[in-house]
Design a protein around this ligand. Structure first.
Ligand code: NAD
Length: 273
């Protein structure tokens, strides 16, 4: 989708971080936005930034783990704007800790938001995109969907599920003129490090504890996502660190095994037992 002028983009989890920055980046290129989140105060900030670019924004309080709320989000988008050009499934949460410390409620929580959320979004938006014979789906996965170390079973399960789903959809939807991008960022400096839940770990670093050289800004990540949509690129890995480690996985598996073991050891040091 080379030109975003007057296109209608729906972004979930748009009250902060990558979702907020990408919604504003889309508006900068001429799109009108439907922005949703459970954090309605944060959404007001996003709406103001979009309107400052001279574009329209509709804010909706939506919990992506609730199918009826996603269905309403898509219906309201169509009622207000008459079409849906981009669906960005971005809302997500984090959880760290060994699987033995996770409850089934923990699993339901993370799978509900990170995997069912995008499935609901695609389920309800797809018939309209197919009818239009155009559109673009952006699934925000993570480098954790490509690279697995210890203590990330819930997060990695949901994010690798999104990579697989995106690959299938890319094949299925090309004949309808619908593009698919899966975004697998390394570290992006957002609130996610403060809201990530931990199980069986102590002294887990928060956002402020991360070294200042690590990661990229949410604006830089948003620019990478915009380019991927414009060029219909399938997979992007914003940020330098995880591109290198994914390169090891593909071309030097023994190095990959060494690095992921080291990453796991960092978590082991935080274990409560
Ligand atoms: P963030 O915490 O700044 O933004 C996430 C947003 O999702 C928040 O506004 C939050 O309110 C919203 N949200 C949480 N639960 C929700 C729910 N049930 N329904 C609707 N909205 C909900 O974090 P971010 O880093 O911008 O995260 C965006 C996406 O990027 C997530 O899917 C995350 O897994 C992914 N990601 C982030 C990084 C990173 O380093 N920041 C790396 C890889 C992937």
């Amino acid at each position: 989708m080379r030109n975003l002028r007057d296109k209608i983009a729906v972004v979930t989890g748009a009250a902060s971080g990558i979702g907020q920055a990408t919604a504003v980046e889309f508006a900068d290129k001429g799109a009108n936005l439907v922005v949703s989140d459970v954090n309605e105060a944060g959404l007001a900030e996003t709406v103001a930034a979009i309107e400052a670019k001279g574009r329209k924004a509709m804010a909706l309080g939506v919990d992506v783990s609730k199918p009826e709320q996603i269905e309403q989000m898509i219906e309201k988008t169509l009622d207000t704007f008459g079409r849906i050009d981009i669906l960005m499934n971005n809302a997500g949460v984090g959880m760290s800790g060994e699987m033995r410390h996770m409850s089934l409620q923990d699993w339901e929580w993370i799978v509900g938001i990170n995997l069912w959320g995008p499935i609901y979004g695609i389920h309800f938006a797809l018939p309209h995109m197919v009818e239009q014979k155009s559109g673009h789906i952006v699934n925000v996965s993570s480098s954790a969907g490509l690279i697995a170390s210890s203590c990330m079973s819930g997060y990695t399960t949901t994010k690798s599920g999104l990579v697989g789903l995106s690959e299938v959809l890319r094949n299925e939807l090309a004949r309808f003129g619908i593009g698919v991008t899966v975004v697998c960022p390394g570290f992006v400096r957002t609130n996610i490090f403060d809201s990530t839940e931990a199980r069986g770990l102590k002294d887990v670093p928060k956002g402020d504890d991360l070294p200042s050289w690590l990661g990229i800004s949410k604006e830089a990540c948003a620019k990478d996502i915009l380019k991927a949509v414009q060029k219909n690129k399938f997979m992007i890995i914003p940020g330098p660190e995880m591109k290198v480690i994914y390169g090891f996985k593909r071309f030097a598996p023994f190095l990959y095994r060494g690095v992921t073991k080291m990453m796991g050891k960092q978590f082991e040091r935080m274990s409560v037992d």
